[in-house]
Design a protein around this ligand. Structure first.
Ligand code: MG
Length: 249
């Protein structure tokens, strides 16, 4: 069941989204060689709480932290730890905030110090693939049109689009219907309607899209060890086109 949001609910989601986006920005500013992922997580938690919100991920299915922080071949669901970031690392920060009953969810990928041109290109393509998908997020289209737009863009660079994890509806629950895959299939999905809110989140590997979960039951890594990137915003489908709710402004 897809929950269509009223204007008042969309306003609350805009506030939740802004808080999540501000936490993502604050985390990005912390990233430099010598910093631990745990210290970045502390910043995320502090920023979210400073706005009267709660971290959506903390305790979600038992997740032990406020942000998912995933490094290099780690794609998503990395657990913040004493790991020290090194020059050249590629870091994915995924943040959710719950405010007055509604969630915002966003992610970004950042280089530590100077990174390789290959890594920068992967980050740039992954981010742009979100915007390619968003262009298709218009009333009357289907979820599958977003999926196809993301996939076509990413694969034109020879990268792998992850299949096993997908974007999602979002609102009072962090994960609602519908699923928002980053690849096209025969199932084109529901039509987009005014008031739908979805998290569009391309997950991309330089190599194969095959992934596995580490023995901590959380961290998702590429099977071939290739570098990954992730970019996500929560968006609302409106009459005049899609709007990003995880906007820090
Ligand atoms: Mg998400």
């Amino acid at each position: 069941m897809i929950y269509i949001k009223s204007d008042d609910e969309l306003e609350l989601m805009r506030k939740a989204g802004r808080i999540a986006a501000l936490a993502r920005e604050a985390a990005a500013e912390c990233i430099k060689p010598g910093v631990t992922t745990r210290s970045i997580d502390s910043t995320v938690k502090r920023v979210i709480q400073s706005y009267g919100a709660t971290p959506s991920f903390l305790g979600y299915a038992g997740f032990p932290a406020s942000a998912c922080i995933s490094v290099n071949d780690e794609l998503i669901h990395g657990i913040p730890s004493g790991r020290v970031l090194q020059e050249g690392d590629v870091v994915k920060i995924d943040v959710g905030a719950k405010y007055k009953g509604f969630h915002g969810d966003c992610a970004g990928t950042y280089g530590v110090g100077t990174i390789s041109p290959e890594a920068q290109k992967l980050i740039d393509v992954t981010k742009q693939s979100f915007f390619e998908g968003m262009k298709a997020a218009v009333i009357g289209n289907r979820i599958g049109d977003i999926s196809a737009a993301v996939q076509n863009y990413v694969e034109s660079f020879g990268y792998g689009v992850i299949r096993d994890y997908v974007g999602h509806g979002i609102g009072k629950a962090l994960h609602e219907s519908p699923e928002v895959p980053n690849y096209a299939s025969k199932i084109r999905g529901p039509r987009l309607e005014k008031g739908m809110t979805i998290a569009v989140e391309p997950m991309v590997a330089i190599g194969s899209y095959q992934i596995k979960v580490l023995s901590n039951d959380w961290t998702v890594v590429t099977c071939d060890g290739s570098l990954t990137a992730h970019y996500e915003n929560t968006i609302a489908i409106l009459d005049d086109g899609p709007v990003i709710l995880t906007d820090p402004r």
